[in-house]
Design a protein around this ligand. Structure first.
Ligand code: ADP
Ligand code: ADP
Ligand code: MG
Length: 467
């Protein structure tokens, strides 16, 4: 087993990795920025090292500083978590070159999956259905116009290097193509330093269904079932669950086989996710592969009982996976609500600040992943995710009711969060019926915010009566 792991990340995912390491007697080295001096990950690791100022480009993205910290502390492996350097193939290569195990797939695999256009070509070669679109990146607007005329509308322009819902624009008619092309290209260049775009047919009213993959580099490639992530805002996930209410055993089997086949063809090693959109008629299409541990991985852990981070550590240590496909059992139902420091009333604008008071939910079937504590600062320079509230139940309804009561117990004071919005979604009749698609929240947001405002007014009135 690896002996000492440097964790090149912060927040809840850094804690998640520290916890897995401690249970395996693996030492941990945390790196932190000046903004994270008091952060929990810096306190809970065996050792911690400051690597630079608050800005991610001067700390958590500084490959040289992270590599020297790892070498100076005698680490033998680096866990990149998600975000930051997790999908940077050069960083994976540099870790390997420095004699450090990178806890993730080889640099070349990250490189080929990092280009979403190339990843689609690979999936097609593996016999996996892909959303129809351009073969590889577009050369020009004129080429896009020609292809779009053949394919028909509506369609999506997508950044080949894209992620986190960025660099993507929809065009519903030829008149919209030019502005969609220019906007997607500008955003892709600004966010990813790479303006390559490709065209993809828009699948209307789809669900987002993804499969968790684990591969040990010794030929054992398995999937651990699906997660439904259709509750999204700005094409970013807000609520995820497993199993998906939309999948029959036959469809699960078919999509799972496709996901494993894509991972096998890619030469995949470690934990990864194969993402699909599923049309209302039951056709599914590969959209991309994420080559890292994902934010919503605990949903899968709750229903399968498998500790995915420990499996990652095993694979990085050259050990086989602890289970085979036939050992994977899905039991009950799990739901995750992502809690962000953001204001749903102001287009989900991030709202960092000081945590004046914190109370976390507990009790049967509840799991909370967070690095918050009363008094801690949520710095403005990083992702706004502050907590993940998960519930596991024997049935989907029990998981929903447990999630609701967990969110009722959650108190975060000091900045706005999306807690009440998530709580309302869990009461929505379509949500309860499992009638979901990726447009769910866009359609309902206005009405849900109205309800929130009314609740606020009523509780203010009740307060006045009491005083
Ligand atoms: P996932 O399914 O894991 O959420 P996404 O593509 O939506 O995959 O994005 C990954 C997640 O990683 C985001 O939800 C966000 O919270 C986080 N993330 C993305 N980029 C960064 C970054 N530069 N720093 C920190 N976290 C990030
Ligand atoms: P990212 O890398 O930003 O995560 P994805 O390609 O995974 O980008 O797509 C993000 C989201 O955009 C999906 O979850 C889905 O809601 C939507 N989407 C992507 N491709 C399509 C498509 N072809 N048709 C309909 N919706 C899509
Ligand atoms: Mg995606």
């Amino acid at each position: 087993m690896v002996k000492r792991v440097l964790i090149a990340n912060r927040g809840e995912i850094a804690l998640r990795i520290i916890r897995a390491c401690r249970e395996l007697d693996v030492e941990t080295v945390a790196v932190y920025s000046e903004a994270d001096e008091n952060a929990l990950h810096a306190q809970l690791a065996t050792r911690s090292i400051c690597i630079g100022p608050a800005r991610a480009s001067e700390s958590y993205l500084r490959q040289d500083a992270i590599l020297s910290a790892a070498l100076a502390c005698g680490c033998d492996a680096v866990h990149p978590g998600y975000g930051f350097l997790s999908e940077n193939p050069d960083f994976a290569d540099r870790c390997q070159a420095a004699g450090l195990k990178f806890i993730g797939p080889p640099g070349d695999v990250i490189r080929s999956m990092g280009s979403k256009a190339a990843a689609k070509a690979m999936a097609r070669a593996a016999g996996v259905p892909v959303a129809p679109g351009s073969d590889g990146p577009l050369e020009s607007l004129a080429q896009a116009e020609g292809l779009a005329a053949e394919m028909g509308y509506p369609l999506l322009l997508k950044a080949s290097a894209g992620g986190g819902g960025r660099g993507m624009r929809q065009a519903d008619s030829p008149a919209e193509l030019e502005s969609a092309y220019r906007e997607a290209k500008a955003e892709a260049e600004a966010c990813f330093g790479n303006g390559d775009l490709y065209l993809e047919k828009l699948i209307e009213n789809p669900r987002h269904i993804e499969f968790q993959i684990m591969a040990d580099g010794r030929g054992n490639v398995i999937h651990l079932g699906e997660r439904e992530c259709s509750i999204q805002r700005r094409r970013q996930k807000l609520i995820e669950e497993s199993p998906s209410p939309a999948l029959t055993p036959a469809l699960r089997e078919k999509m799972g086989r496709a996901a494993v086949s894509a991972a096998r063809t890619a030469g995949y090693v470690g934990a990864g996710t194969v993402e699909f959109v599923l049309s209302p008629s039951g056709d599914f299409y590969f959209i991309e592969m994420n080559t890292r541990i994902q934010v919503e991985h605990p949903v899968t852990e709750l229903v399968t009982g498998v500790d995915l981070v420990k499996e990652q550590l095993r694979v990085a240590s050259g050990l086989p996976l602890s289970l085979r496909q036939e050992d994977v059992r899905v039991s009950g139902h799990a739901i995750e609500c992502r809690i962000n420091a953001e204001d749903p009333e102001r287009n989900f604008m991030p709202c960092p600040g000081k945590t004046q008071f914190l109370h976390l939910p507990g009790g049967p079937g509840v799991r909370v992943e967070t690095a918050l504590f009363t008094g801690c600062e949520v710095p403005p320079c990083y992702d706004s995710l502050v907590a993940k509230v998960l519930a596991h139940g024997a049935s989907r309804l029990e998981a929903i009711r447990r999630s609701r009561r967990a969110l009722e117990e959650l108190v975060i004071e000091g900045y706005p969060t999306n807690t009440h919005l998530a709580h309302l979604i869990l009461h929505d009749p379509d949500f309860v019926r499992g009638q979901l698609d990726t447009g769910f929240l866009d359609r309902k947001l206005h009405g849900l915010l109205e309800v929130l405002r009314t609740c606020d007014r009523l509780s203010e009135g009740a307060g006045k009566e009491r005083t």
